[in-house]
Design a protein. Structure first.
Length: 307
């Protein structure tokens, strides 16, 4: 159990679930050519999860003082696991993730793509050791990491399989992945800022200069509110422009994505304490989950429409 907390197993499960949804409930049902075998795709998921787990471990190591103040009940490193053991986990997980990345890059005859895994591992280390102390930059880096885990599917599973005959169909699939990557980035960016609001006391006492500490709670809430309104506007426009003829998708998006975003925005206005900000963070996590799952609803609705 202590090791599951060290690597934040629930978050990793969500990451793996997301990549499996895109492969087997979207790409696998969309009649597109794929570069990776099932075995190699599972390796891609494992590589992504290992690098993300390594990022959580190094973050836990660097957050010992902050967690002692803000989340003493969740602290693992220095309590049930020594710092040395935690570092060994970080090194092992990162080596496995990057190593698999090198293997897969050679499988698809794109050896330079291995640099993606090195870049992500480096950014996660830089986030834990320095970027998180720079307002906004740390939030952007974390949000980008989730987006990258979607983009990497297109780079490894779609791009190498493109040829003259399937180029148009493959481009459509790749574009949809990019749209979901943008959605994941925006929602996760909002969530990271909300988590800074939730952890403000611990960050302040630990000397970490997050956005709420730098500009204050009210101004930070205004920024989050603006991002939320923009998200609702972009989603409504996208559904109206691209998915309006798919009734189930429209209902799904309105009820399980746009509706909760509106709820989030309303609750944000009066949120003032750690418990309320934690609730808002959970709402965003649920929105992200249903947002990712919507790709399966799109495929299902398209099949019904074409039946």
């Amino acid at each position: 159990m202590k090791y599951l907390k060290l690597i934040r197993f629930q978050n990793l499960l969500m990451l793996a679930f997301m990549q499996l949804v895109f492969r087997y409930l979207f790409l696998g049902q969309s009649y597109v050519d794929l570069a990776l075998t099932d075995f190699n795709y599972i390796l891609l998921v494992i590589a992504t999860v290992c690098i993300a787990a390594g990022g959580y471990v190094i973050n836990n190591i660097m957050d010992q003082d902050t967690d002692e103040i803000a989340k003493p009940q969740n602290r693992v490193v220095g309590v049930s696991i020594s710092e040395t053991v935690a570092y060994n986990w970080y090194i092992g997980l990162t080596i496995v993730g990057v190593g698999i990345g090198f293997y897969l890059s050679n499988v698809i005859y794109k050896p330079t793509f291995a640099s993606m895994f090195i870049l992500v591992a480096t950014l996660l280390y830089m986030y834990a050791t320095s970027f998180k102390q720079i307002p906004v930059l740390g939030n952007v880096v974390v949000a980008l990491m989730l987006s990258t885990s979607i983009i990497i599917i297109g780079l490894f599973d779609i791009l190498p399989a493109i040829d003259v005959d399937n180029r148009f169909r493959m481009k459509e699939a790749f574009d949809i992945l990019m749209h979901y990557a943008i959605f994941a980035f925006i929602i996760n960016l909002i969530r990271e800022i909300v988590k800074d609001l939730e952890d403000m006391d611990g960050d302040y006492q630990s000397g970490i200069n997050t956005l709420p500490i730098a500009i204050g709670v009210q101004k930070t809430k205004i920024i989050v509110g603006v991002l939320t309104v923009l998200s609702i506007g972009i989603l409504a426009y996208y559904v109206n422009s691209n998915l309006f003829e798919l009734d189930y998708v429209v209902y799904y998006a309105m009820v399980l994505i746009v509706g909760p975003l509106i709820y989030f925005g309303v609750k944000l206005m009066n949120a003032a304490n750690k418990k309320e900000f934690h609730h808002l963070s959970l709402v965003l996590k649920i929105i992200l989950f249903f947002g990712i799952l919507s790709v399966a609803v799109i495929v299902f609705n398209l099949k019904l429409a074409n039946a």
